[in-house]
Design a protein around this ligand. Structure first.
Ligand code: PNS
Length: 168
């Protein structure tokens, strides 16, 4: 199969994301992992460039994966591809309503765009970037949740964060 696009905010990328990346890359000739802005989420912990660098380092062993960063609408970005297939991971039924709405809106904006859902591996159904950010604030070990490079980056970024947010 041709190229697929896996968009997300990846703030930071987790082992759950990496699992979807590996499984998608095994199906498609090429997988473009695209770091984008999610307007429903607040200030991100990592810049787009930092998130892309983390993704580059954790996918370095997968030859058919390419990392990009893009602003704007996903439906516009995928116009760069002739038959755009977008991959989204589904962890639980709770993800479904939002994902269903996004897929339907994107289809309205770009009728050529197809969204395919990949069910998360059961060991990652509980995992999210926000959980990782929260654990990072408390300086917790998180090798079950993120690759080593990401763990180090989160700890580096958040070192001193608890002191800053502690009540007076
Ligand atoms: O990892 P996330 O935060 O669930 O990824 C969501 C993302 C970034 C793929 C989504 O917010 C997105 O497509 N952002 C780009 C702007 C856009 O096209 N929004 C949807 C139409 S309103």
């Amino acid at each position: 199969m041709a190229t697929a696009i896996y968009p997300g905010s990846f703030d930071p990328p987790t082992l759950g994301h990496l699992d979807i990346i590996r499984r998608s890359a095994a199906i498609f000739n090429e997988l473009v992992v695209c770091v984008m802005h999610n307007g429903a989420k607040g200030q991100s912990l990592f810049t787009c460039r930092e998130r892309a660098q983390l993704l580059e380092s954790i996918t370095a062993d997968i030859p058919n994966v390419r990392i990009e960063t893009q602003g704007g609408l996903l439906a516009d970005y995928v116009k760069n591809y002739e038959e755009p297939v977008v991959i989204r991971g589904l962890r639980a039924v709770t993800d479904f309503e939002y994902e269903f709405q996004m897929a339907a809106i994107n289809k309205k904006l770009n009728c050529k765009m197809e969204t395919m859902f990949m069910v998360a591996s059961d060991k990652y159904t509980f995992l999210s970037s926000s959980v990782v950010r929260e654990l990072g604030k408390y300086g917790r070990e998180m090798s079950c949740f993120v690759p080593k490079a990401v763990e180090e980056a989160v700890h580096k970024k958040l070192s001193g964060e608890l002191c800053k947010s502690a009540p007076a």
